[in-house]
Design a protein around this ligand. Structure first.
Ligand SMILES: NC(=O)c1ccc[n+]([C@@H]2O[C@H](COP(=O)([O-])OP(=O)(O)OC[C@H]3O[C@@H](n4cnc5c(N)ncnc54)[C@H](OP(=O)(O)O)[C@@H]3O)[C@@H](O)[C@H]2O)c1
Length: 318
C-alpha cells in the first residue's frame, strides 16, 4: 500500500510515483499502462521530456477502460525554461494539458530557476539565456499563482530550488510553493533542505533516486560512483531479500519525501512499487546516513555557459 502526502487542502499525493525522463515515446506508453495496472497512481511528467502526448494516450485509455479514474491519479508536470515570460506560462500549461489529454494537473512545477528565450534549444549559448534580473522568478511565479487560482493546476511548486530561493518565494509570493522537486539519494542527502522544508511545510520529491544511470553520457562525470552498486546498499538489500533499488526507494519514503523512480521495464516497474512495503530498520537508516557525499548526478553545470548569467554557485546558492 502506497502512503500519501497530504496537502493543506486535503489532497493526497501518493508518495511513490513513476518518473518519465528519458522514457522514449513508444516505451513510455507501455510503461504508464503497466504502472497504472500494477497500482501506481502518480506519474511525474515534464514538457521537455518530449513524451507527454504518449503519456496522455496511456492515461486516456486507462480512464476509458475503467482501470482508474482521473480523480484517483496524481499527475505532475513542469514549466520549461523557455516559457518563464508571463505571456508564455499559461500557453505552456495549456499545451501540456492538451498533450496529456487532461483538464487539470494535480501539480505544476517551475522546472528550473533558469530562464531561456522562447524556443531556445541546446547547445546553449549566453544569448539564449535570460538573466534573473531581467526576468525574476517571482514574475513567473505570479503567473503560476493565477493558474492555480483558476484550477488549471491544483497545486504549484518548484524544482531545483535552493533554500535561499524558496525563502525568497516564501517572503514575497502570494501563494507559497507546496513542493520542491530535487535530486535526493544517499549520496546527496541534503539534510539542511529537508529541515528547511519540514519547518515551512513544503514537501520534497526525490528525483534520480536510483542514481539516474541512463542519463546521456554528456551529463556524466568520468569518476561517478554507482549508487545501485554501493556495498552498504547491496548488503542491506541482501539482509531484507530485496534489491538495491528497493532499498533506495524505501529510504526516500522513510524520510517523508515523495520518490519517482523511472523505469520502462515491466518487472522493474512492479519491483519499484513493491518497495513501498519494505521497512528499513533504524540500523539500516543509520548506515545509509553515513553514505552522504553531497554529490549531484544532475549537477546543473549545463546552465553555466561562457558569458551567460547563470553560475553553479548562484544556481545552488552555495
Ligand atoms: N525536476 C528535475 O529537474 C528532474 C531531474 C531528473 C529527474 N527527474 C524526474 O525523476 C525521475 C527519476 O530520475 P531519473 O530518471 O533521473 O533516474 P532514476 O530513477 O534514478 O534511474 C533510472 C534508471 O534506473 C533504472 N532502473 C529503474 N528501476 C530499476 C531497478 N529496480 N533496478 C535497477 N535499475 C532500475 C532505469 O532503467 P529501466 O528504465 O530500463 O528500468 C534507468 O536506467 C525522472 O524520470 C523524472 O521524472 C526530474
Amino acid at each position: 500500500m502506497v502512503a500519501t502526502l497530504e496537502f493543506e487542502n486535503g489532497d493526497q499525493m501518493p508518495i511513490l510515483g513513476l518518473g518519465t525522463w528519458k522514457s522514449s515515446p513508444g516505451d513510455v506508453y507501455k510503461a504508464v499502462k503497466t504502472a497504472i495496472a500494477a497500482g501506481y497512481r502518480h506519474i511525474d511528467c515534464a514538457h521537455i521530456y518530449g513524451n507527454e502526448a504518449e503519456i496522455g494516450r496511456a492515461l486516456s485509455e486507462s480512464f476509458s477502460e475503467g482501470i482508474v479514474t482521473r480523480e484517483q491519479m496524481w499527475i505532475t508536470s513542469k514549466l520549461w525554461n523557455d516559457s518563464h515570460a508571463p505571456e508564455n506560462v499559461r500557453p505552456a500549461l495549456e499545451e501540456t494539458l492538451v498533450n496529456l489529454q487532461l483538464d487539470y494537473l494535480d501539480l505544476y512545477l517551475i522546472h528550473w530557476p533558469v530562464a531561456m528565450k522562447k524556443g531556445a534549444s541546446f547547445p546553449l549559448t549566453a544569448e539564449k539565456l535570460v538573466s534573473p534580473e531581467v526576468l525574476p522568478i517571482l514574475i513567473t511565479w505570479s503567473e503560476m499563482e493565477v493558474l492555480a487560482d483558476e484550477g488549471l493546476c491544483r497545486h504549484i511548486g518548484v524544482s531545483n530550488f535552493s533554500t535561499a530561493k524558496l525563502q525568497d518565494l516564501l517572503e514575497n509570493a502570494r501563494l507559497k510553493p507546496e513542493m520542491n522537486q530535487i535530486e535526493l539519494h544517499p549520496y546527496l542527502q541534503q539534510p539542511t533542505m529537508l529541515d528547511f522544508c519540514q519547518a515551512n511545510t513544503i514537501y520534497l520529491t526525490a528525483y534520480s533516486p536510483l542514481g539516474s544511470s541512463d542519463r546521456p553520457d554528456s551529463l556524466k562525470a568520468d569518476d561517478e560512483p554507482v549508487l545501485l552498486e554501493n556495498s552498504t546498499i547491496v548488503a542491506i538489500a541482501k539482509q531484507h531479500g530485496v534489491t538495491p533499488a528497493q532499498v533506495l526507494i524505501s529510504w526516500a519514503i522513510h524520510r517523508g519525501t515523495a520518490v519517482i523512480p523511472k523505469s520502462v521495464n515491466p518487472a522493474r516497474i512492479q519491483q519499484n512499487l513493491a518497495a513501498a512495503d519494505l521497512s528499513l530498520t533504524p540500523a539500516d537508516i543509520q548506515a545509509i546516513a553515513a553514505l552522504d557525499l553531497n554529490r549531484r548526478y544532475v549537477s546543473g553545470d549545463f546552465w553555466q555557459v561562457e558569458g551567460g548569467p547563470y553560475t553553479l554557485a548562484a544556481l545552488w546558492d552555495m
